[in-house]
Design a protein around this ligand. Structure first.
Ligand code: FAD
Length: 446
């Protein structure tokens, strides 16, 4: 046995899962990739995380860090290396009732967070799905059902506890290690393993949530009207549009506008939502008052062999009309991918572009196309997808890291504008000069 492994077995109090073990089959997989790691480590404490990081570094093994395991690029597993699976570090604790300060383990899921906070009348705007991890979603963004009022998930982080590449525990906040704190709010898992986040939660009541459907034939006017309205709508209203859905009738699928109104008073809720109802001929409307935690979907794991391949970009105010016109046209084709458009703006845009490593503050919309199916279906659909993105290219910018299935240099350049990337590289040189944390949209230390 190598001395690195001996040290791991001595210092590590969690589970060490190796090929042949009963739970190896499930442990080796993340949501989007199977993989064959040599070791899957499930730490139960910060000391275990330190031991796991030191083991991967001294054994010279590739390291994957898995939070909720939901990323689309397969970062959460690898072949022949180490996976540190944080799922046992999922504690959610209110540490300051007055300030609504909540400490959350780096391996918690948003469903666990919503369930733990609901009895206290608190919530954190995160994402739309319970099984998604706090770690991955927060470290690169976090666009949830209250994003226009409370900003990205990362905008609500007050501090973090990070195990860096040398196995040390470092605290990051505005006061302590502020450059690291800047970097982990957008720079992903490049700088270490976040064993705990401190978030400022917000008080929540039940919310009005649901979808309003319009006929496919009204796509162009409904989409333009929706984007125009969101520009001045109350920030209690957050909204996303399912522009194209191959599983709901392809070109005939309705335009479905999801809305959340953050509040339980029917009158302001109706005032905020009714202008959307007036955008066209409503063919379905299931908006209803419900607990915030119930608005999050359970999340499903695609069956083996089925790939889910999202791609994303931002649209700024001046390009919104062209972008929506293009999407209204391409959705009418049998080859259209799934297309979702999320409205941002609001509280997201009030943070300056250099305040965090998430720089796309000026965007009004996030455009996400998704292909789903077995590999041959995905490959057959790629040319039509490329054609769509070629049309969009003059009007969109950047990419949202959480909705990307690849991690090329072009992807990294799209996620991080040059100034942001340079600053991230300086932080990387300080905290991970050997690039131990490389299974991510990687910032190179050089
Ligand atoms: C069904 C579904 C719904 C989604 N809905 C939304 C949504 O509404 N809004 C949105 O913004 N995004 C959404 N996403 C995208 C989601 O934010 C990303 O897939 C994100 O990467 C998932 O985080 P994770 O922790 O589950 O993933 P993982 O695969 O575990 O991690 C992703 C990356 O983060 C790193 N990482 C994770 N945890 C830590 C940690 N504690 N410390 C250091 N590094 C860590 C990993 O190493 C990896 O590089 C959705 C994804 C899915 C599959």
């Amino acid at each position: 046995m190598s001395s690195a492994l001996e040290t791991l077995r001595r210092d590590f109090g969690g589970d060490i899962i190796e090929p042949g073990a009963a739970d190896y089959e499930s442990a080796r997989r993340s949501r989007s990739a199977s993989g064959s790691p040599a070791y899957v480590l499930r730490p139960k404490s910060v000391r275990d995380v330190q031991a796991g990081v030191s083991f991967a570094a001294s054994a010279g093994l590739l390291l994957s860090v898995r939070g909720g395991g939901h990323d689309f690029a397969g970062f959460g597993t690898n072949d022949g290396g180490v996976v540190i699976d944080l799922s046992k570090l999922a504690n959610v604790e209110i540490i300051d009732k007055e300030r609504h300060l909540v400490r959350i383990g780096g391996g918690a899921t948003w469903g666990q967070v919503a369930a733990a906070l609901a009895p206290h009348g608190l919530a954190i705007s995160s994402g739309d799905t319970k099984s998604v991890g706090v770690g991955g979603l927060t470290l690169t963004g976090g666009i949830g059902w209250k994003v226009r009022k409370y900003g990205l998930a990362l905008d609500n982080v007050a501090a973090a506890e990070v195990v860096t590449a040398n196995g040390q525990v470092v605290h990051a906040s505005r006061e302590e290690n502020p450059e690291l704190f800047w970097a982990i709010r957008g720079g992903g898992g490049n700088f270490g393993i976040v064993t705990a986040f401190e978030f400022v939660a917000h008080p929540t009541t039940d919310v009005f949530f649901g979808k309003i459907a319009f006929p496919a034939s009204e796509a162009a006017t409904v989409l333009q009207g929706w984007a125009d309205y969101l520009r001045t709508a109350p920030e209690e209203l957050t909204s996303t549009v399912e522009v194209a859905n191959a599983f709901a009738g392809g070109p005939e699928a309705p335009i479905e506008i999801y809305v959340t109104f953050d509040g339980d008073d029917p009158q302001p809720a109706a005032q905020a939502i009714d202008p959307i109802r007036r955008l066209g001929t409503v063919t379905g409307d299931d908006v209803a008052l419900q607990p915030y935690a119930d608005t999050l979907a359970d999340g499903t794991t695609p069956p083996p062999g089925i790939q889910v391949v999202p791609r994303s970009a931002f649209a700024d105010k001046e390009s919104v009309p062209e972008v929506l016109q293009i999407l209204a046209e391409v959705r009418a084709s049998q080859q259209s991918p799934f297309i979702t458009v999320r409205s941002v703006g609001g509280a997201v845009s009030r943070v300056s572009a250099d305040a965090t490593a998430y720089a796309h503050r000026q965007a009004e919309l996030i455009i996400v196309t998704t292909l789903a199916g077995p590999e041959p279906t995905i490959e057959a659909a790629r040319p039509a997808l490329e054609a769509i993105w070629e049309r969009l290219a003059p009007h969109v910018n950047g990419a949202y890291a959480n909705f990307l299935a690849s991690a090329t240099q072009e992807d990294v350049a799209a996620i991080y504008p040059t100034q942001t990337y340079r600053r991230l590289a300086a932080v990387k040189r300080r905290y991970d000069p050997g690039n131990l944390f490389a299974r991510n949209h990687n910032v190179q230390p050089q």
